[in-house]
Structures are given as structure tokens and as C-alpha cells.
Design a protein around this ligand. Structure first.
Ligand SMILES: Nc1ncnc2c1ncn2[C@@H]1O[C@H](COP(=O)(O)OP(=O)(O)OP(=O)(O)O)[C@@H](O)[C@H]1O
Length: 239
């Protein structure tokens, strides 16, 4: 009985809505009607956009509220704590590695080892950023072409921050020797490239370098995500 009444009320409302649309459509044939229709559409569009912004804002706000661990670790500097399980290093896939489709391969090797990805970005670095990153090589004959190659935009760089015990030293071991011709099998460079000028990846070579490079490539706390992996008990525990 209630369902029946509710259905008929709904149908009546739907009929009223249909005729209202028909009236609007008819009035839109006059020029004033057209501008009224445009005004209606603009207002509706503005309202929809405002609603979408409010909804998006609320979603971000509520996800931050519900997942404070992702955003609220104020005790760890973005460059980590060397010598602990929160040691962090900067690893980059250079333009040749991105161009050759090796990003997933390089990420997979760090993930499979048990390291945790806490920062990730894709960018064409500015000349200033590349010069600062390679500042210690500024007197080398290849410096200018190295900076040009890193910044010419033919492919971006993937910048990453990885976290875990001894990740700075082990990251370098996993990358292999700077010159791939000297890199051992099983290393990223030993397995995947041939030339020192196209050695596909970069890794911080010390705690000082990691601190400098993470701070240089990543803007601040908002770009590094502190999170707890469910695997940690099985990967970084000692008996
Ligand atoms: N002789 C060279 N000719 C051309 N490019 C070179 C040469 N030596 C080094 N490079 C480039 O400069 C980069 C930085 O050299 P560096 O000596 O700092 O080695 P690295 O620390 O192992 O490398 P990266 O900093 O890229 O991890 C190298 O990765 C390589 O791309």
C-alpha cells in the first residue's frame, strides 16, 4: 500500500520534472530563453564544480584523518636515519633507463630485496638541479654533456627514495660499478647496460650524499610517505 503510494508520488514528481524540462526547452528558443538556458547551464556547471571540489577536499581530509601514519611521522627527517631500519637513499632511473622501459625492472629489484619505497616522482630536472646533483663532477670534461643529457627532456628521470637497513651501501651494490663494463653479473648495470655514459641509474654513495640528494630532489615531508609495510615483521626482524 505504502509502496504503491510512494510509486505514484514518485511518478507525479517525475512528470512535473519532465514538463519543467519541456518548458525550459521551449523558452530556450527565444534569445532571452537561450541566455537563460546558458545561465542555467553555467550555474549548474559552477555548482557541480564546487560540489566536486568540496567532495575531493573532504576525501583528502578524511583519508588524512583516517590514515595518520601516512602523513604524521614527524620524528623522522625526510632523509631518514642512517644506520637504522629507517636509513634512506636516493635512487634514480636516468633518461636512458626510462627510455628503455627499465623502470619496473629497477623498482622490482629493490622491492624484492625487501626495501620500502617512500618517495617517487617523474620529472625532467632543471639545469640547476642537475648541476647541483653532479656538483662534485663540475671539473670533469663530460660534465656539460652529462647535464645536457639529464635535462634535455627526451625522457624524464624517475626519482625515488628507498628505505631499509643498509640501503645506501646495498643500493650501490645492487646498481653495480659505475662503468657497466666492470659491473658484475646480477647487478642492475651488469645485467642491463654497457656504457658509462648510459648506465641507466644512480644511487647515493654515502649518508651525506643521500641526505643532500633526497633534500635536493624531494621538496619536503609532503613528498615522502612514512608507512608501515605488513611484511616488515618478516623482512627486517632479527631473532
Ligand atoms: N668517463 C665518463 N664518461 C662519461 N660519463 C661519465 C664518465 N664517468 C662518469 N660519467 C657519468 O657521470 C655519472 C656520475 O659519475 P660518478 O663518478 O659520480 O659515478 P657514480 O656515483 O657511480 O654515478 P651516479 O652518480 O650516476 O650513480 C655516472 O653515472 C656516469 O653517467
Amino acid at each position: 500500500m505504502f509502496a504503491c503510494t510512494a510509486t505514484s508520488v514518485f511518478r507525479q514528481a517525475a512528470r512535473r520534472q519532465t514538463s519543467a524540462v519541456a518548458v525550459r526547452a521551449m523558452s530556450s528558443s527565444s534569445s532571452s530563453g537561450q541566455s537563460a538556458t546558458r545561465l542555467y547551464a553555467t550555474r549548474f556547471g559552477t555548482a557541480a564544480a564546487a560540489a566536486a571540489i568540496v567532495t575531493f577536499g573532504y576525501t583528502v581530509y578524511s583519508s588524512q584523518k583516517q590514515s595518520p601514519a601516512l602523513y604524521a611521522d614527524n620524528t623522522t627527517p625526510i632523509y631518514g636515519v642512517p644506520g637504522t631500519a629507517k636509513e634512506r637513499t636516493f635512487i634514480a632511473v636516468k633518461p636512458d633507463g626510462v627510455q628503455r622501459g627499465l623502470v619496473a625492472e629497477i623498482i622490482a629489484r629493490f622491492e624484492r630485496r625487501g626495501y620500502k619505497l617512500v618517495g617517487l616522482k617523474l620529472l625532467v630536472p632543471s639545469v640547476g638541479l642537475a648541476k647541483e646533483h653532479y656538483a662534485d663532477l663540475s671539473s670533469k670534461p663530460f660534465f656539460k654533456s652529462l647535464v645536457e643529457y639529464m635535462t634535455n627532456g627526451k625522457a624524464p628521470v624517475v626519482g625515488m627514495v628507498w628505505e631499509g637497513p643498509s640501503v645506501i651501501k646495498q643500493g650501490r651494490v645492487m646498481l653495480g660499478a659505475t662503468d657497466p663494463k666492470a659491473a658484475g653479473p646480477g647487478t642492475i648495470r651488469g645485467d642491463l647496460c654497457l656504457s658509462i655514459g648510459r648506465n641507466i641509474c644512480h644511487g647515493s654513495d654515502s649518508a651525506e650524499s643521500a641526505m643532500k640528494e633526497i633534500s635536493l630532489w624531494f621538496g619536503g615531508r609532503g613528498e615522502i610517505v612514512d608507512w608501515t609495510s605488513n611484511n616488515e615483521e618478516w623482512v627486517v626482524s632479527d631473532n
